[in-house]
Design a protein around this ligand. Structure first.
Ligand SMILES: Nc1ncnc2c1ncn2[C@@H]1O[C@H](COP(=O)(O)OP(=O)(O)OP(=O)(O)O)[C@@H](O)[C@H]1O
Ligand SMILES: [Mg+2]
Length: 305
């Protein structure tokens, strides 16, 4: 099944590995393919609008590229949404949930903040506009590994906690969407470095039955090989080094170091491939503060996902 034929794509991985960048790439690719796409950031993070050089509107969707909207989910806004939907009365929400007695109680329910954010995605997935789903695809820039896992497990956790009742039924419906591999796919992002790789391998193992939902793994920030034919270079290097002057030797040392890195990247790719799902490389861009043009340049890399 194709990645973009899902209803929801969740992107996670270690902190700082490029989750937001890859989420934006997947969303942009789908939008360019003609889909109406919503890219959701979670836990109140708002980095996507800046990536597209557009002013964000927080919890309200803003269009950052043709057919591509983004919003930032906070559990506070999502709780308000949820309660108002259930109680049909916003003032009652303020009265009951914003007071100092009930507020801390909500914070103490394990996993509630995570569940409520998934619940928002669940609602967005069902939202209709003109007789069809408002969004063809929802991409979720999920929290980093450990927190991402707890978020994914939160519907089940709530079901166990409540056993029956409206909270239980709601959690069950949410679980049904995120556990249905035909509708929800996971993409794990990693870097060709030992720590992020270890975390990806651990996350993959800890996903349990959700492992089936992993559509692909992204090896981000891959550097190009310094020479077109590394094997040939290795054969020629000793002779080259003998004949080279000081500047030449320096150049060869740089090439050697870069080749070493390419070798480590190949090892990293093999480690990810050993997990099972397909692995795609996303090249490292020698730039800071990536913008829309950089994203367009990186698009072909996620085409294979
Ligand atoms: N392929 C790439 N080439 C160059 N820079 C990149 C690449 N991918 C990501 N970056 C840069 O690395 C930094 C981290 O990327 P990003 O914000 O996407 O990671 P993240 O996993 O979402 O981080 P966080 O865990 O903080 O949310 C950013 O400055 C981003 O521009
Ligand atoms: Mg991010």
């Amino acid at each position: 099944m194709k990645l973009l034929d899902r209803r929801v794509v969740l992107v996670t991985g270690k902190g700082g590995v490029g989750k937001t960048t890859i989420s934006a790439l997947i969303a942009l690719r789908a939008a360019r393919a003609g889909k109406r796409v919503l890219l959701c950031e979670t836990s109140g993070v708002t980095q996507v609008p800046a990536l597209f050089r557009v002013a964000g509107r927080g919890y309200d969707p803003v269009e950052v590229a043709p057919r591509l909207h983004t919003l930032s989910i906070t559990s506070e806004a999502a709780i308000e949404d949820y309660v108002v939907m259930q109680l049909h009365f916003r003032r009652l929400y303020k009265l009951v949930f914003r007071n100092r007695v009930v507020g801390p109680f909500i914070d103490a329910v394990p996993g509630l903040h995570d569940l409520i954010q998934l619940g928002k995605v669940f609602d967005l997935e069902r939202t209709q506009l003109g007789g069809r789903p408002a969004w063809d695809l929802i991409v979720v820039d999920a929290p980093a590994t450990g927190h991402g896992l707890t978020m994914l497990a939160s519907p089940r956790a709530m079901m166990e906690l409540t056993i029956a009742g409206p909270f239980h039924d709601n959690a069950r419906d949410i679980a049904a969407l995120f556990e249905d591999h035909a509708r929800t796919a996971l993409v794990l992002v990693s870097l060709p470095e030992d720590m992020p790789l270890k975390e990806t391998e651990e996350l993959y193992q800890r996903l349990g039955p959700l492992r089936e939902a992993v559509h692909g793994l992204v090896l981000n920030e891959v550097h190009p090989a310094p020479v077109p034919d590394p094997a040939l270079y290795r054969t020629l290097a000793p002779t080259l080094r003998e004949r080279a002057d000081e500047a030449g030797r320096e150049a060869l040392a740089i090439a050697d170091a870069a080749l070493l890195r390419t070798g480590r990247q190949d090892d990293a790719r093999r480690r990810l491939q050993a997990l099972g799902p397909k692995v795609v490389d996303v090249p490292f861009l020698y730039r800071r503060d990536l913008g829309p043009t950089d994203l367009s340049g990186l698009l072909p890399a996620v085409e294979a996902l």
